[in-house]
Design a protein around this ligand. Structure first.
Ligand code: FES
Length: 163
């Protein structure tokens, strides 16, 4: 995991030079490359991109936030994903999400201060028959319930440092 100074150096020295000449048409490919390397878009990095492309910070921010593929908080060591596709929503996905929010003391799209966990919502993950579904890293948990959240943490042997 890079510190903020290293993230900026990577953007300036390794990513931006690959997009020549600096033109607004490269905005999305640059954002995708930053996210591929850092797994998120740091705000300081977006300012550097706006300077590089000669675009306003508002335009860069507006584009980045338009697309759901981009995230603005660093992902946690453990990524918790709650399916809120139609089948999972109907079967109580929102209640499971709320249980995770209570357990981790964060909201959706946030990361715990120690970066141990991040919480995301996802659309259908392709196993609707098991709805409601949640995933912790590569572990898919079907037929889940709000009270199963603590059990999933224990079963996964994931340290919950937020407690
Ligand atoms: S809607 Fe959740 S797995 Fe399909």
């Amino acid at each position: 995991m890079l510190n903020p100074e290293e993230e900026i150096r990577l953007i300036r020295e390794e990513i931006l030079p690959g997009f020549q000449p600096p033109e607004p048409r490269f905005l999305i490919p640059i954002l995708q490359e930053i996210q591929a390397r850092l797994r998120y878009l740091p705000l300081a990095g977006l300012r550097i991109v706006s300077d590089y492309l000669g675009m306003s910070a508002a335009a860069v921010w507006g584009t980045a936030t338009f697309y759901s593929q981009f995230r603005f908080a660093p992902p946690g060591q453990n990524q918790v994903k709650i399916c809120l596709g139609t089948a999972c929503h109907i079967k109580g996905g929102e209640a499971i999400l709320e249980s995770w929010e209570r357990e981790l003391k964060i909201k959706i799209d946030e990361t715990t201060p120690d970066r141990a966990f991040s919480l995301e919502r996802v659309a259908c993950v392709g196993c609707c028959a098991l709805a409601p579904v949640m995933a912790v890293n590569d572990l898919i948990v079907g037929k889940s319930s709000p009270i199963s959240v603590k059990g999933v943490i224990l079963k996964s042997q994931i340290p919950n440092k937020s407690q």
